[in-house]
Design a protein around this ligand. Structure first.
Ligand SMILES: [Zn+2]
Length: 344
């Protein structure tokens, strides 16, 4: 059985965003309640610790960090039209990034084999000098930079949130030590992540964008990810797998627009757990991104945890045939085959 760690922290709930904002404390409160009721003592649980300023400035500019620090003196600051900070948001953001860095350290120390960081605010839209998309600091980007500084040479970031992680892509666009793979809605925020955005210089081919066709479902997602991830793990040989673990592709999500159900997240979690820690001894870090219906989010997190705990969970009989996935792979093949990282 995998050693699974959860990072949770009540201070994440102190990031207030106003009465009608979808990225609300109610999201994590619902998830934490489920953990207390259904899994008391079931996992290694840790509180977050703040990221160091030195680590933070590996991604964010000092001027931007000063802007975020200044929000601690204000009742409400609009960092971007959709991204709000209240007095304690700075603390929560510091701890969200720190929770992910803590996850890296604990995985590298062998204290766990998989670590799920249940944090907010989310991170994958936070640019070096700009907040956006409800994100303040780039949690997984900071974790990946930390992992590279700790000596890792290859990190695979899988982003199954329904939105393209524009800021994660930016950070590693020219870096051949990080593969960034994203499935997302085209023509939706942040309007990046075209199939032809593949990275530059040494990073060419290391950014993989797969914009989803309409009516995308569980079987399509599983078929696609299985093909891509099996090849990437074999050929890129990542030393850590990180997941930008958003659940807003779920059909009940108020923002998402696919047909995916919570079963797909059990399947995807089982896939990364199998290709990562279970079969190949590759540590696995998952960090919460989107997912805006608290009950749906909670059900999805429960599925992911069940898959991490039980190697049979999520191994439903997928048909392994999806015309939508095949067509998307064929289009991606025309763009990526020349790089040799996946596809022939
Ligand atoms: Zn999202």
């Amino acid at each position: 059985m995998l050693q699974v760690q959860i990072v949770r922290d009540d201070r994440y709930l102190r990031h207030k965003t106003g009465l009608s904002h979808p990225e609300s404390p109610a999201r994590l409160s619902a998830v934490y309640r489920m953990l207390d009721w259904d899994h008391p003592g079931g996992f290694i649980e840790k509180q977050a610790r703040p990221i160091t300023l030195e680590d933070l400035e590996r991604v964010h500019t000092p001027a931007y960090v000063r802007i975020i620090l200044a929000t601690a003196r204000q009742r409400l600051t609009h960092l971007a039209p959709d991204t709000i900070a209240s007095r304690d948001s700075c603390l929560a953001a510091w701890l969200a990034a720190g929770g992910c860095v803590l996850g890296v350290d604990d995985l590298l120390a062998g204290r766990c084999q998989a670590c799920l960081v249940l944090c907010r605010p989310p991170g994958h839209h936070a640019l070096a000098d700009r907040a956006g998309g409800f994100c303040i600091f780039n949690n997984l980007g900071l974790a990946a930079r930390h992992a590279l500084r700790r000596g890792l040479r290859r990190v695979l970031i899988v982003d199954w949130d329904i939105h393209h992680g524009n800021a994660l892509q930016n950070l590693f666009y020219a870096d051949d030590r990080v593969v960034y793979l994203s499935t997302h809605l085209p023509n939706a925020y942040p309007f990046t992540g075209k199939l032809g955005e593949v990275g530059v210089g040494p990073g060419a081919g290391h950014t993989i964008n797969l914009p989803l066709p309409p009516k995308w479902g569980d079987n399509d997602a599983m078929t696609l990810y299985r093909v891509v991830l099996e090849q990437l793990v074999e050929r890129f040989s990542p030393e850590m797998i990180m997941v930008a673990c958003g659940f807003d592709a779920h059909f009940r999500d108020p923002i998402g627009a696919t047909l995916q159900t919570e079963a797909s997240y059990a399947g995807l979690a089982q896939l990364v757990a199998t290709l990562g820690p279970r079969n190949n001894d590759i540590p696995l870090l998952l960090a919460l991104e989107g997912g805006y219906d608290p009950d749906t989010l909670t059900a999805c997190v429960a599925e992911v945890l069940a898959a991490l705990q039980d190697q049979r969970h999520g191994q439903a009989v997928w048909s392994a045939q999806s015309q939508k996935a095949d067509e998307l792979l064929a289009r991606a093949g025309r763009v990526h085959a020349g790089f040799g990282l996946w596809l022939d």
